[in-house]
Write a protein that binds this ligand. Structure first.
Ligand code: ZN
Length: 266
């Protein structure tokens, strides 16, 4: 403090002191909130980092441990390559709607999309490895509620009607692209439409990488070009479905679609 102002005999110095006190308080408050924010920020960072590390460990256990590793994952999530009633082999298509009251525990991704929490470790590992190969995928669409699926269908029908199709034609056309609500794998949370991020890599590069590698992480291309008659869905190079590493390897090796694979289990 300035000793000169202290010795002034007018009424001003106390006022000034008050002002200085106030300013000091303001700075203390700012500093306080900065510290609080820093602590909160660090805590959050640690938490996210920790979760990621845990999931990496889980995914690594499923991908690098050889034959016994698949049992390790099964022990955690109860998946099976032989039992068609296992959660990872649930079949949903036009003939097989989602069971009533189907429940799903979701993990939210950083871009706002969600997937079944059980497939997240494998998905994350797959994306990490793709990026290491210079390919940058994103989940364009993961889990959808029945309501969202209905909305998607309404929009697609409206698009076709706008193009001049009759309501019936528009509905039929839309169903070629959008699964009838209640029959979409997206309502299971076990699949993801995977595209390129549009910055680092193009769509085709991502599709090629997935086609070659996805089965190693338990994912299959659900609607291959040569299986449309069986799946009832046109070729979708972006739609990947989780079935578990063992089933995916078998499906990939034999060139099957999920419908065909499940039949081999009967
Ligand atoms: Zn899809």
């Amino acid at each position: 403090m300035n000793p000169k102002t202290q010795s002034l005999p007018t009424g001003r110095p106390p006022q000034k002191r008050r002002k200085q006190k106030k300013r000091g308080k303001k700075w203390t408050a700012i500093l306080f909130w900065l510290v609080v924010l820093a602590v909160l920020g660090y805590g959050l960072f640690r938490q996210i980092d920790g979760t990621k590390a845990d999931l990496r460990q889980m995914a690594a256990a499923g991908n690098t441990g050889g034959e016994s590793s698949d049992e390790g994952v099964s022990a955690v999530f109860g998946e099976s390559a032989k039992d068609k009633t296992a959660w990872n082999l649930i079949l949903v298509n036009r003939e097989h709607p989602i069971p009533e009251g189907y429940d799903v525990e979701l993990t939210k991704l950083s871009n706002g999309q969600s997937v079944d929490a059980r497939i997240y470790p494998a998905l994350q590992q797959m994306f990490d490895d793709a990026r290491a190969d210079g390919v940058y995928p994103i989940v364009a669409s993961g889990y959808r509620t029945e309501k969202e699926q209905k909305q998607l269908m309404r929009e697609k029908i409206a698009d076709y009607e706008e193009e001049g199709y009759s309501p019936d034609e528009a509905k039929a056309k839309a169903q070629e692209w959008v699964a009838v609500p209640g029959t979409s794998e997206h309502q299971l949370g076990l699949c993801a439409d995977i595209n390129a991020d549009g910055i680092h890599s193009a769509g085709n590069k991502v599709y090629e990488w997935l086609e070659k590698n996805a089965h190693r992480y338990g994912f299959i291309k659900r609607y291959p070009a040569d299986k449309s008659e069986i799946t009832g869905t046109i070729h979708e190079p972006w739609h990947y479905r989780y079935v578990g590493a063992e089933a995916a390897a078998e499906i990939y090796r034999q060139g099957l679609c999920l419908e065909e694979y499940i039949e081999t289990l009967e």
